[in-house]
Design a protein around this ligand. Sequence first.
Ligand code: ATP
Ligand code: MG
Ligand code: FE
Length: 337
Amino acid sequence: MRVLGIETSCDETGVAVYDSECGLMGHVVYSQIATHAKYGGVVPELASRDHVRKLVPIIEETLSEAGVEKSSLDGIAYTSGPGLVGALLVGASVGRSLAWALNIPAVGVHHLEAHLLAPMLETEVPDFPFLALLVSGGHTMLIQVAGVGRYRVLGESLDDAAGEAFDKTAKLLGLPYPGGPELEKLAQQGDPARFRFPRPMTDRPGLDFSFSGLKTFTLNTVKKHEGDPTARADIARAFQDAVVDTLVIKCRRALTQSGIKRLVIAGGVGANAYLREQMRELAERQGARVFYPRPSLCTDNGAMIAYAGYCRLAAGAAEPLGFGVTARWPLEALTAA
Ligand code: ATP
Ligand code: MG
Ligand code: FE
């Protein structure tokens, strides 16, 4: 089965072709960073308009990169939530219309399910059940995954998501948007021994997270060391260490409590090299295995949407000709494939 995947939930236009025999055949991501950078964050209306301009040319580019004709597609998957409503509607209407024109089925995909299943596009894939740490721009969750569509949220952030904390802290340090990757670069030059930031909510039981306090801690530290030329890098390092260490502590707890030996790291913060290294060490210590998508499939992309859509279509999902999108959509509301 060959599926075209379309991602437009936020500020990336992603398109890919996944084939159940050949794997990932084509994969193109256009990021709107330049559009939003001067505002310091995503402007929803500008995001929708950029998707309108870019989506059809990117579909053409992806098909030509994959070397496939539209007529060879068996289905189309588009992100139907959660995300920005206007942006989602662009992908949904184009995807649904194209499927109608080609007389093939279309399926709306849950963006977070797609993030969770992204490691399935790599050569070493986890068996079910597994634990997943989803760390993205909008979410931080520990999830027990029994199968496609069978999710139990074990813990989540009570305030900022991990990616959001990276982005806001980067802004405080004067780094350009989007801050996560910039902060990682700055932290590489930092001295890990200079500052120690708190590991929020690790001193009590449970698997929830809270990252908004770290932002305030960073702000106070920045103010205290104004004029010190090396402080910014040392602060970036201390912040990254605190977030990663907190995530590692909670993952260790979840592995121990569940007895599950497979851990998936998904979402944009999963592209962070220090996080990947620390999680690999954790897995080694716990006698567990950790699975990651390649960094380009951690952040938003069409490949994960094509794959999640394939899982749904292969299980017989059939949607009517109408379509809708959902800005807020709990993962546990999904049904098993
Ligand atoms: P969601 O998936 O929750 O709807 P999103 O789609 O905006 O949110 P993703 O695309 O999965 O989020 O991830 C983007 C986030 O990942 C941003 O907050 C970004 O700063 C962060 N990020 C990307 N690369 C890195 C990195 N190397 N280190 C830390 N954070 C990173
Ligand atoms: Mg993005
Ligand atoms: Fe995402």
